[in-house]
Design a protein around this ligand. Structure first.
Ligand code: SF4
Length: 367
């Protein structure tokens, strides 16, 4: 445990400084776009420590939540064809109109839970007579190890391929700024993504959108300090990119990981569940690597669905930072972590799952 970053005295001083930095009588809304940041905020009760006038909202920071139903449908179709379908555990319970991967597994599909791309590769080596498809889902942080694995083509057996559902964070943040009724006054940028892409990844926000950004780590003091830095910019009338997490994040990130990503993947417009199609927000394998692309290999390609969310689900409003989870009429009623109805209640990165499991919102109204 890193005591320094959970120090009660430091926390109290930061909370007091934040109270002083908040403008009198005005509400300030700050957004982060990271499930791990939401876990820190909720786990440590930061919202209840801070004045109500400082609103902290979660944006689209959960890759499982935003995985569109047609891509889950492609994974289910592959499992039904008899391949070994390897993916991360959170993906199994994701409900879609095609069913879920857990249901496909119950019906006899060979769906395996893995913890890294290397686990999927091991499955292919251990099962040379079977096709193994790695359903690789995630943002830049998850893309990097997948890209590193695929870049080593000499290691890849012929029976290994991947079904990608990779998304880039920055285009979704740009989309949020184009939505009129969200009124964000600053972004806390995700520390994990910044380790790979560098803090400069977010330079576009202050320069093109006049939106302050602070890159933050994952301890309570990290988040509080990032909030204070954003409020101080506001006090000064300044708009800057700042890096609170500079003990880990470098301005230009990990150049080796980035080289592997751009060697393997092209950028294209992609669908985000509940949000829609976002330009330049997805990664697809380059034509040179088509032999490892499960969609090409098995001829499976489903069209995006018109209805991405189940009836009555408010996940789109949660993911856009328009509401907190308790404002959804189904929260803690029809939808709980043991009976997830919408995608935000499935994954440990999902805002509704985090709020429910951490008891967040017990002392808040539905603001
Ligand atoms: Fe979606 Fe369930 Fe959250 Fe409502 S409570 S927004 S249905 S995940």
């Amino acid at each position: 445990m890193n005591v320094e970053f959970r120090d009660p005295d430091a926390t109290q001083k930061l909370v007091a400084a934040i109270e002083r930095a908040l403008p009198d009588g005005q509400t300030v809304k700050i957004m982060h776009v990271c499930g791990s940041h939401e876990r820190t905020v909720s786990r440590w009760g930061l919202r209840s420590l801070l004045p109500e006038r400082l609103e902290i909202f979660a944006g689209p920071g959960c890759p499982v939540c935003v995985c569109p139903v047609h891509e889950v449908g492609e994974a289910i179709a592959l499992a039904e064809r008899g391949v070994i379908l390897a993916t991360y555990g959170d993906m199994l319970r994701l409900p879609t109109p095609y069913g879920s991967l857990a249901e496909a597994k119950s019906a006899g599909g060979d769906v395996r839970i893995i913890y890294s791309p290397l686990d999927a590769l091991k499955l292919a080596v251990q099962n040379p007579a079977r096709e193994v498809v790695f359903f690789s889902v995630g943002f830049e942080t998850t893309v990097a190890p997948t890209a590193a694995l695929l870049a080593s083509t000499a290691l890849l057996p012929d029976n290994f391929s991947i079904l990608t559902s990779h998304r880039l964070t920055s285009p979704a943040m740009e989309l949020l700024l184009g939505i009129g009724d969200i009124h964000i006054e600053g972004f806390i940028a995700p520390g994990h993504v910044s380790v790979i892409m560098g803090s400069e990844e977010w330079r576009i926000f202050p320069e093109a959108y006049r939106m302050p950004v602070v890159v933050a780590g994952f301890e309570p003091v990290d988040i509080l300090l990032a909030l204070l830095m954003l409020l101080e910019q506001r006090q000064q009338g300044a708009v800057r990119l700042e890096n609170e997490y500079n003990r880990v994040v470098q301005p230009h990130g990990n150049s080796v990981a980035q080289a592997a990503i751009w060697q393997l993947f092209d950028v294209q417009a992609s669908w985000w569940r509940g949000i829609g199609r976002i330009p330049h927000s997805g990664l697809v394998l380059k034509a040179d690597y088509a032999r490892y692309d499960a969609r090409e290999r098995f001829g499976i390609r489903l069209e995006p669905a018109e209805e991405e969310l189940p009836p009555g689900c408010s996940c789109h409003l949660v993911m856009l930072g328009k509401i907190h989870p308790p404002a959804c009429p189904l929260y803690d009623r029809k939808c709980t972590p043991t009976t997830p109805y919408g995608p935000c209640m499935v994954s440990q990165e999902g805002t509704c799952f985090i709020w429910h499991s951490m008891g967040e919102g017990m002392n808040l109204d539905d603001r």
